[in-house]
Design a protein around this ligand. Structure first.
Ligand SMILES: [Fe+2]
Length: 309
């Protein structure tokens, strides 16, 4: 069972400091491809903030699929006066800033073994109904996939996401597949070429592209061999009908008012239905893990016999 349920009482005991081992074992479960599930979110949203978020009427648009908040620059995207008729853009911005800070505070305590060796990435709000969305294949959320950022390579850092179903009445319905170390072998070598270390020429070219700013125009030039492979794996999974139909998977319904977290770059996941979810992303240093050997960069480098970042 990849879902580890954490009750409010167990969380309280662990956070009170008496159960450091318990927290380490939750981290290890997360790193092994598990989902940590809080049936009752440890971070309840105030009634006012909830009203603001549920009032958002995001229209299906090719430009924005989510409302995004960038903590570093305190910037909000994906909201304008049209999509936010009830609340002002300013209000939504405040709610997202507050949410991002609250999750960061909580995970600083909860993920104590990582000693904050992470980067706080974007937060997002997903107000659209996931069921029946009309998206291009590679952008579909209802097909199992592992996450990769096309324009922001992580260079081996892990993508940890904390989610919250703020829908007052409906579950958010996911499918979760087997962890990376189990599934990567059914794609590479074979359907995908094994990643290979850059040669001197490629390394020089990428350095030049970064130094001159050209890498901003052509995202591939920013990618390490690791990032390139992870991007291809994301696409290959979504395009592989046989994998979608036959791989081992589990259906999970996240209750209204629940939270969960998962390393989404290694756990194949899909969203089948649900509306109104919050999410905060962290990029975690693979060296900070309780089980660093489980990091996808470590697994791939072992398979390839070469440095990939
Ligand atoms: Fe995803």
């Amino acid at each position: 069972m990849p879902v580890h349920s954490i009750s409010p009482a167990a969380l309280k005991r662990a956070l009170s400091g008496g159960e450091t081992e318990q927290i380490r074992s939750w981290c290890a479960a997360l790193e092994a491809g598990g989902v940590l599930y809080f049936p009752e979110t440890p971070l309840p949203i105030s009634a006012d903030d909830l009203d603001t978020l549920l009032g958002q009427q995001q229209t299906e648009s090719k430009l924005h699929k989510n409302i995004a908040y960038k903590p570093k620059s305190d910037e909000l995207t994906g909201v304008d006066a049209k999509t936010s008729p009830g609340a002002s853009v300013h209000q939504v911005h405040d709610v997202m800033r507050r949410y991002s800070q609250t999750v960061e505070r909580f995970l600083t305590r909860f993920l104590a073994p990582y000693r904050q060796r992470w980067v706080l990435d974007y937060a997002s709000y997903r107000p659209l109904e996931e069921k029946g969305r009309d998206l291009a294949l590679r952008r579909r959320n209802d097909l199992l996939h592992t996450d990769a950022f096309p324009t922001r390579p992580t260079r081996g850092w892990r993508i940890l996401r904390f989610f919250q179903n703020i829908n007052p009445t409906r579950t958010r319905d996911w499918v979760v597949g087997e962890p990376f170390s189990n599934v990567v072998g059914s794609f590479a070598p074979g359907k995908l070429a094994m990643p290979r270390a850059d040669n001197i020429l490629a390394r020089g070219g990428k350095q030049l592209a970064t130094a001159t700013g050209l890498a901003k125009l052509v995202p591939q030039w920013k990618r390490t061999p690791y990032d390139e492979f992870m991007m291809q794996l994301h696409n290959a999974m979504k395009e592989d009908t046989e994998f979608q139909d036959t791989c081992a998977k589990e259906y999970v319904e996240f209750a209204p008012g629940s939270s969960w977290m998962v390393y989404t770059e290694t756990v194949p996941h899909a969203v089948l239905a649900g509306q109104y979810a919050l999410e905060q992303t962290f990029l975690v240093d693979p060296a900070a893990l309780v089980t660093p050997e489980s990091a996808p960069v470590a697994v791939l480098e072992k398979m390839a016999g070469a440095r990939l970042v």
